[in-house]
Design a protein. Structure first.
Length: 433
């Protein structure tokens, strides 16, 4: 579903990230040990982390409610119909009207949601997670708006051209069109989109000795990621947090390590982080993610086809939305997809937590014999990461279930500490002893 969510929310294609916090069901939890928690915070940091967690939870709740409220406002107050009338008053051709209607709609939505974005950045500054000054932040926000305008206008125009020409099968034809669009988006993101917001450089330029060690890990994995596909991102220009991620597809695939991770981690910890990200490629997570997105998009489009028709039939007159193929019906479709996103988040995040847990396992195993103590390296990496991001040790289980794309940092650290398949009688999951 993420293609349409991109169109209607202005988001970017997702990548598998190392440093996001997230919850985990019982299968992810490490066998508890008797030596105390693997991840903890000092009383002072714990107090700040709990305050940040409360603020972020409130911001998430308000943002989620707002994502459902503002489409209803556009419909009930006839703003969507007014934008369509404005576009129709300028040009008569429907497809040209879309080139006016869609940008105006996206700009209005982004401006209405700007206070929430401002609040999110304020939290980052207040708790020391962000160091990006407001002028630079506004420039990034503006660039994000421009990217959203370009992509949303293109995809939205294609969608409604199909709706007008095939009122009963538009969901199927657009799904078929969405498949190459998804591939193109994942392929192009690291080449076109990411450099607009961050500075990247080949990792070998500043850390050639580290690249030599990373190549050892790649060789052990059997994967092919040449050094010129390993990049350093200068995240320290904007944030104090640590992260790494994989992105791209085919010849654009790459592993990106934030410079904050290199500054605050030992080489062994960086190798473990890299092993985790490498695992996403070796285990086919990027391809599997695209396949699941394709299936989810097909289901969502089929449901949207029926729900939008029903909503327009029931409320079209009061909303001044005369037909599904009318430009104002874009907002009805937006509302439907926001509901779908809210309801599907727990499923998506449960799958994501499993994938991230599996990558943690792979990360420890692939660096075994290269890193003297993979367990200690992983545990210390999670401890440092959690401290820098102010992750609380015991997040609310409901928030974990609904919003966490990764297992909680405390569970990841406990698993890393207790996972020892190399002991007598142990069994490694991905590599023979």
């Amino acid at each position: 579903m993420f293609l349409l969510f991109f169109v209607f929310s202005g988001g970017l294609f997702s990548t598998a990230c190392f440093a996001q916090t997230a919850p985990a069901p019982a299968w992810q939890q490490a066998h508890s040990a008797t030596q105390g928690p693997a991840y903890s915070l000092t009383p002072e940091k714990l107090k700040r982390a709990e305050a940040l967690n409360r603020d972020e939870n409130w911001l998430w709740a308000i943002g989620t409610a707002w994502s459902l409220v503002y489409p209803l406002l556009f419909l009930r107050l006839h703003w969507a119909a007014g934008l369509r009338r404005f576009a129709a008053g300028i040009v008569s051709r429907p497809w040209v009207q879309g080139l006016i209607f869609l940008p105006l709609l996206i700009i209005a939505i982004r401006l209405l949601s700007l206070p929430l974005s401002l609040a999110g950045h304020h939290l980052g500054l207040a708790y020391g997670l962000s160091i990006e000054r407001w002028p630079a932040w506004f420039w990034d926000w503006t660039k994000g708006l421009l990217v959203s305008l370009a992509i949303s206008t293109l995809v939205g125009s294609l969608l409604f051209a199909i709706v007008r020409h095939s009122r009963r099968r538009w969901w199927l034809w657009f799904w078929l069109l969405s498949l190459p669009l998804m591939l193109a988006g994942v392929f192009a993101e690291p080449l076109i989109i990411d450099p607009l917001f961050n500075h990247f450089e080949p990792l070998s330029r500043s850390h050639p000795e580290l690249v030599a060690q990373l190549e050892r890990v790649v060789e052990r994995s059997g994967e092919r990621i040449p050094p010129n596909h390993m990049f350093l991102m200068r995240a320290s220009e904007k944030t104090t947090e640590m992260n790494a991620y994989v992105t791209g597809f085919g010849s654009s695939k790459r592993v990106v390590v934030w410079d904050t991770s290199l500054k605050k981690s030992s080489q062994d910890e960086v190798l473990f982080i890299f092993g985790h990200e490498l695992g996403h490629y070796v285990l086919g997570d990027v391809v599997h993610g695209l396949m699941m997105a394709a299936v989810g998009t097909l289901l969502a489009l089929w449901l949207a086809f029926h729900l939008v028709r029903k909503l327009v039939c029931l409320y079209g007159a009061s909303w001044e939305v005369p037909a599904v193929e009318d430009w104002s019906a874009v907002v009805v479709l937006m509302l439907v997809f926001h509901v779908f996103t809210l309801l599907s988040d727990p499923i998506d995040n449960t799958i994501s937590r499993y994938i991230e847990h599996r990558a943690d396992v792979y990360g420890q195993e692939v660096v075994h014999s290269i890193v003297p103590n993979p367990q200690a390296a992983a545990v210390h990496s999670f401890q440092t990461m959690g401290e820098e991001s102010l992750d609380i040790p015991d997040p609310n289980p409901g928030m974990v279930f609904w919003t966490y794309s990764h297992p909680p940092i405390s569970q990841r650290a406990e698993f890393a500490r207790d996972y020892d398949p190399w002991k007598v009688g142990g069994h490694s999951r991905f590599f023979s002893k």
